[in-house]
Design a protein around this ligand. Structure first.
Ligand SMILES: Cc1cc2nc3c(=O)[nH]c(=O)nc-3n(C[C@H](O)[C@H](O)[C@H](O)COP(=O)(O)OP(=O)(O)OC[C@H]3O[C@@H](n4cnc5c(N)ncnc54)[C@H](O)[C@@H]3O)c2cc1C
Length: 494
C-alpha cells in the first residue's frame, strides 16, 4: 500500500529549509505562536496545529512546496481565507498548510469576453468591485463574500443568496490553473465556455482541496441587471412563509433570491443590526428580483400577491439602495448575530426538496425540544438549502453533545426527505462520517478512483470528504473487510 499518510513525520525545520530554496523567509512559518493562528477554519471546534505554514506569492512557489511534499511524502492542505464551515482547511499535524492570502492579484478584467482572471487568494467581493466600474459583476455571493477567497469558492463550489437564479460557483468558472499533488502545473477548462474531452474542470470544482491547489481562476462575469427590486415580507409562521416560497416558484417566477429567517434568527439579527424587521413576525422572507424593468415590474407584483395569499401581514418594498442594504444587512449578519443570543452554536447545512420545508422545520423543532436546545433557521429557501443554527452553551454539562446529536439528526431528516447532507459548505472533516448515509460503498469507491487518479499518494488534504482514509494502493471495489488503518487502530470506520 502506497501510504504517505503513514510515513514518519518529516521535521518542520527540514521542511522549512527545503521551502527556503524558493520562498522568502517571511513566507515560511514554524513559530508555534504564529502557527496557532491557522489551527482551524470557521468550524472552530476542530483544531490542529500544522507543522509548517507557507504563504507563497506565485504559482511557481506553490509548485515548489508541493514538489517537496510529494518527494518527502508530506501531507499538505490549501487554505484561502479560512472561512469554511466544515473543517475543510483543517491542517494536518505533520503537514504543511499552503495559505494563498499573498496571491491576491486581479490579473485581468476582460468584459468583452465576459471574464476575469484572478489569483486564488483574491477576495470574492473584490472581483465584483473590480468589474463594477464597467457595469459587470461576479455572481456567486456567499454571505462571507467580504472575506472568503475565490480559490475557496472553487474548492467548495460555494453558493449564496443569488444562486437560486444564477447557479453555484461551478456555473461561473471557465478555467483553473492547478498544481497537481505531484507538483505539475496544469490547466482545466480555459477562457471559453466549452472544451473537448472529459470535464476535469467540473471534477475539480467542489473537490475541497483533495485534487490539488488552484493557482489561477478564470471566472465568468455577468452584466449588472437593468433593475433590482427587493421586498421583505412578514409572516406569522415558517409554514406560511414556506407556502409562499412554493407558490412563487410554482408560478414559474425565478427570483434572484428567496431567503427565509425564523423568529429566533430575526431576534438575533435585530439584537445585532437593528434592521427593523416587522414586529411579531414568526418568519420573514427576503425576496429579490432582477432583470429588465418591464419583466421585473410585472413579476414583482405577482410575488407580492403570492406572499399576501399565503398570509403575509406586512410587505415592505425597498425604495432605494439604502433600504435594500438594510434588509440584506439583517439577513447577511444573521450567522454572526446568533452569537448575541447564545454563547455557542453549530451552523448546519443540508438540503431538502422545497415542498418538504414545513414538514422538516417542524420535525427539526421536535428534535430540538426533545434535546432541550434551540434551533434558529436562516436559509436559502428558494434552493431548499437549510442552515439551521443549533444553539448551545458549552458551559452546561452535556449540552454540546446534545447539540451535536441534534445537528446530526437534522442531516438524517434531510436525507429521509430526499435531500442531501450539504448544500454549499462542503463535507470537509465535519461531515465525512455522514457520507455513507448518502452514498453506497460503490459510490464512494468510484469517487476514490477519481481522487487516486489525481493524487495516488493521498497527500492533498487527506482525511477530508471520505469517511475513512482509504488509500490508493487498495483496489477500489466492494469493501469486504475492515480497512487496514482501522484494523491497526489508526482510523475510525463510520
Ligand atoms: C459567516 C459565514 C457565512 C457563510 N456563507 C456562505 C454562503 O452563503 N454560501 C457558501 O457556500 N458558503 C458560505 N460560507 C462558507 C465559506 O465562506 C465558503 O465555503 C468559502 O468559499 C470558503 O472560502 P475560504 O477562502 O475561506 O476557504 P477556506 O476555508 O480557506 O478553505 C475551504 C476549502 O477550500 C480549500 N481551498 C482553499 N483554497 C484553495 C485553493 N487555492 N486550491 C484548492 N483548494 C483550496 C481548502 O483546502 C478547504 O477544503 C460562510 C462562512 C461564514 C463564516
Amino acid at each position: 500500500m502506497d501510504s504517505a499518510v503513514l510515513a514518519p513525520p518529516v521535521p518542520a525545520a527540514q521542511l522549512a529549509h527545503r521551502f527556503a530554496e524558493q520562498l522568502a523567509p517571511g513566507s515560511i512559518i514554524t513559530d508555534p505562536t504564529r502557527l496557532s493562528t491557522y489551527q482551524c477554519d470557521g468550524l472552530a471546534h476542530y483544531r490542529v496545529t500544522p507543522a509548517v505554514v507557507v504563504l507563497p506569492q506565485t504559482a511557481a512557489q506553490v509548485q515548489h512546496v508541493v514538489r517537496v511534499c510529494h518527494e518527502l511524502g508530506v501531507p499538505f492542505v490549501a487554505r484561502g481565507s479560512g472561512t469554511g464551515l466544515s473543517g475543510g482547511a483543517l491542517p494536518h499535524a505533520d503537514g504543511v498548510l499552503v495559505v494563498t492570502s499573498q496571491m491576491r492579484r486581479i490579473l485581468e478584467v476582460d468584459v468583452a469576453n465576459e471574464l476575469a482572471v484572478v489569483e486564488p487568494g483574491v477576495i470574492n467581493l473584490d472581483v465584483t468591485k473590480a468589474a463594477a466600474v464597467q457595469g459587470w459583476y461576479f455572481a456567486p455571493d456567499p454571505s462571507s463574500q467580504q472575506v472568503c477567497s475565490v480559490g475557496g469558492n472553487v474548492a467548495e463550489n460555494s453558493g449564496g443568496a443569488h444562486c437560486l437564479k444564477y447557479g453555484f460557483t461551478t456555473n461561473h468558472v471557465l478555467g483553473v490553473e492547478v498544481v497537481t499533488p505531484d507538483g505539475e502545473l496544469v490547466t482545466f477548462g480555459g477562457r471559453t465556455r466549452d472544451t473537448p474531452g472529459y470535464d476535469l474542470l467540473g471534477a475539480f470544482v467542489g473537490s475541497e482541496g483533495t485534487l490539488g491547489i488552484t493557482t489561477k481562476v478564470v471566472v465568468r462575469l455577468l452584466r449588472k441587471p437593468e433593475t433590482v427590486q427587493t421586498l421583505l415580507a412578514g409572516f406569522r409562521s415558517t409554514d406560511a412563509a414556506g407556502a409562499a416560497v412554493s407558490a412563487i416558484i410554482g408560478s414559474g417566477v425565478v427570483p434572484a433570491a428567496i431567503e427565509l429567517m425564523d423568529a429566533l434568527a430575526i431576534e438575533a439579527a435585530e439584537a445585532a443590526t437593528h434592521c427593523g424587521y416587522p414586529d411579531g413576525a414568526g418568519a420573514v422572507l427576503v425576496v429579490e428580483l432582477d432583470g429588465p424593468v418591464a419583466e421585473v415590474e410585472h413579476t414583482f407584483a405577482a410575488v407580492q400577491q403570492h406572499c399576501r395569499d399565503n398570509g403575509s401581514f406586512e410587505i415592505r418594498v425597498a425604495a432605494d439602495d439604502a433600504q435594500r442594504a438594510l434588509i440584506w444587512k439583517g439577513r447577511k449578519s444573521a450567522f454572526a448575530a446568533v452569537g448575541r443570543i447564545s454563547p455557542d452554536y453549530i451552523v448546519q447545512d443540508g438540503v431538502i426538496p422545497r415542498t418538504k420545508l414545513a414538514e422538516v422545520l417542524s420535525a427539526m423543532g421536535e428534535l430540538a425540544d426533545a434535546a432541550g436546545v434551540r434551533v434558529a433557521n436562516v436559509f436559502h429557501a428558494g434552493d431548499g438549502n437549510l442552515h439551521p443554527l443549533v444553539l448551545f452553551d458549552d458551559g452546561v454539562e452535556g449540552e454540546a453533545q446534545r447539540a451535536e446529536e441534534v445537528s446530526g439528526g437534522i442531516l438524517d431528516l434531510c436525507l429521509s426527505h430526499g435531500g442531501s447532507i450539504t448544500g454549499e459548505h462542503g463535507v470537509g472533516s465535519d461531515k465525512a462520517k455522514h457520507m455513507p448515509k448518502m452514498f453506497t460503498e460503490d459510490d464512494l469507491d468510484t469517487m476514490q478512483r477519481v481522487r487516486c487518479a489525481f493524487d495516488p499518494k493521498g497527500l492533498s488534504n487527506p482525511g477530508k470528504v471520505f469517511p475513512t482514509p482509504r488509500l490508493c494502493g487498495e483496489v477500489p471495489g466492494r469493501r469486504t473487510e475492515a480497512h487496514p488503518l482501522v484494523q491497526a487502530g489508526l482510523a475510525d470506520a463510520f
